[in-house]
Design a protein around this ligand. Sequence first.
Ligand code: PHB
Length: 398
Amino acid sequence: MFPAPTRAAITTGALLAALSCSKKSSDEAGAMASIKIGLIAPFSGAFADSGRQIEGGIKAYLKLHGDTVAGKKIEILVRDTTGPVPDVAKRLAQELVVHDKVAFLVGFGLTPEALAVAPVATEGKVPMIIMNAATSIIPTKSPYIVRVSLTVAQEAAPMGEWAAKNGIHKAATLVADYGPGIDAEAAFTRSFTAGGGAIVEAARVPLKNPEFSSFVQRIKDARPEAVFVFVPAGEQSIAVMKSLHERGLADAGIKIIATGDVVPEHVLQTIGDSALGVITTSHYSLAHDSPENAAFIKAYEDANGKDGGPPNFMSVGGYDGMAAIYEVVGKLGGTMDPDRAMAVLSHFAITSPRGPISIDPATRDIVQTIYVRRVERVNGELRNVEFAQFAAVKDPGK
Ligand code: PHB
């Protein structure tokens, strides 16, 4: 993908030196013919679908709005972290900033990779748009970060409140043992216990090569009325749902409640009927009924083909992230100034395919509606059907 010399690790000092020596090139960047965007995410390995979903959403935006804005051609430079590999993500970001002179760093399917790249955004003064990674602290790690996706705490806190108000008194938690899982556990536990519920078991499963069955058995043995689950969307959604089914949780009368990551649309048909009745909280549902979502779904299909499968919440992150970039480029008249770009990004607000979204200028994090959904069969397909909502939810984790 790269010539050998650019693959060498670039130290932070070397990055600063390269940036200060390239004043001329950054001036050129201010008035460049095209706007380069570095897309960093896993495109191979266990989390490959996060990269594909984000890129699919970006392509959908370009399909609908064209690849030129304010007279500048938009160029997407795609880089595969093979993740989760934070060191690779950081090296790729350094190369994109120093050699390719990208105006934006975007993507970031996984928290550890977003955290590794944050110092590169700060040192290079390059706006960094988080299109998925969902641990609360991420935007606090650089003044150049803005998040257009979600925080898992933003999903998990409403789930705890909803569960406590809807007849669940005793719950267990089952989460991936890293940033977003720990945030999910904390946010659910806080709101569920504040509503009068009790946590009877809390299990954290390793992120890499998780073996769910012994953890699921532990939860079954604790006899909760419900288990609250978070795993990163994709292969792990399929694996955890399989394990919950095989261990007979539903037959034991234990309800599955979760963040949307556990039943994302791109793998929902693969999970199959064991997902029926699962209740989740999420910011995006394929079944969301709005003209913006209908236009997005059509553009996604046009841009990625039917074989690309349906879009999920990560695709919407990619799509809305591009809307944010087009707003910046348009408002700055095609020039690039990172601080002016951040001023625009910090006040970004649109009606997204998911519903109304805005950026909280105090935190550079997203404010959005969180929907309560139930998996149902609609016209022969499994869908997350929205039936209640929490409006204008801020990240409760900061
Ligand atoms: C993350 O690593 O922040 C992450 C990954 C997948 C998800 C949610 C969060 O579904």
